[in-house]
Design a protein around this ligand. Structure first.
Ligand code: FE
Length: 230
């Protein structure tokens, strides 16, 4: 199996939310598809390790926001690589509520929907939710939807471990390593010595090996030890 070939399957990127007992939960997912139009149904795959998964199972409702290309990296970092268990991911964002009371963020987004869960399937690492769409509309018709391909190629990011599209780099035949560029094993951030890291006052020209031990990934905040050579 050539796992790289799976990258040719197209996906969008979505903010998947729910609201349960007064709290908002959300994460970024790529595994959403419309499966029927009458009734209007979709399937969402959500990792059992996502804190939000348990909350969707309890609330039986989901909000979906189609993320736009102009979304900020901080949004991806906040909703894609952190857990609702530890922080309120929605802090600092303007929240609107759908008719099913699902939290919706509109900045740099294309469209929103809300849905009720009809049934769940256990797919091992993930739960598949079959949902009936109830409401939805455009947010900005001119904002292009962010595709997974764009996310990989322009944002230079990769799937977190909990994504259905994640694959273990050990499974892939790595080509000859390119020297010096180091990649975060958690979020895919690339450290380029020629650029340094302005956020952490690391001067351009600093080799990865010379970064201080307390240096952390500027995107997901993980230690130096999770990086590997590209
Ligand atoms: Fe990272």
């Amino acid at each position: 199996m050539n796992f790289e070939a799976l990258n040719k399957i197209s996906y969008g990127l979505y903010l998947i939310t729910t609201h349960y007992e007064g709290e908002n939960y959300g994460f970024i997912g790529n595994a959403i598809m419309q499966v029927t139009s009458d009734p209007l149904q979709i399937i969402i795959a959500s990792n059992k390790e996502n804190y939000s998964t348990e909350k969707i199972t309890r609330s039986q409702k989901v909000g979906i926001v189609v993320i736009g290309e102009h979304v900020k990296r901080e949004f991806i970092a906040q909703f894609g690589y952190k857990s609702s268990k530890n922080i309120n991911k929605f802090e600092g964002y303007t929240i609107q509520y759908s008719p099913l009371k699902m939290p919706i963020i509109t900045e740099n987004m294309c469209a929103w929907y809300d849905a009720e869960v009809i049934t769940e399937f256990d797919a091992g690492t993930h739960i598949l939710y079959l949902c009936k769409l109830q409401n939805g509309d455009f947010i900005d018709q001119n904002e292009p939807p962010l595709t997974y391909d764009y996310y990989r190629n322009v944002f230079k990011l990769k799937s977190p471990k909990t994504a259905p599209t994640y694959f273990d780099p050990k499974l892939k035949n790595l080509s000859a390593p390119k020297n010096e560029v180091y990649v975060c094993g958690v979020c895919g951030y690339e450290y380029h010595p020629s650029l340094g890291d302005q956020d952490h006052q690391i001067a351009p020209g600093t080799p990865f090996e010379d970064l201080p031990d307390h240096w952390k990934c500027p995107l997901c905040d993980k230690e130096k030890s999770v990086f590997h050579k590209k």
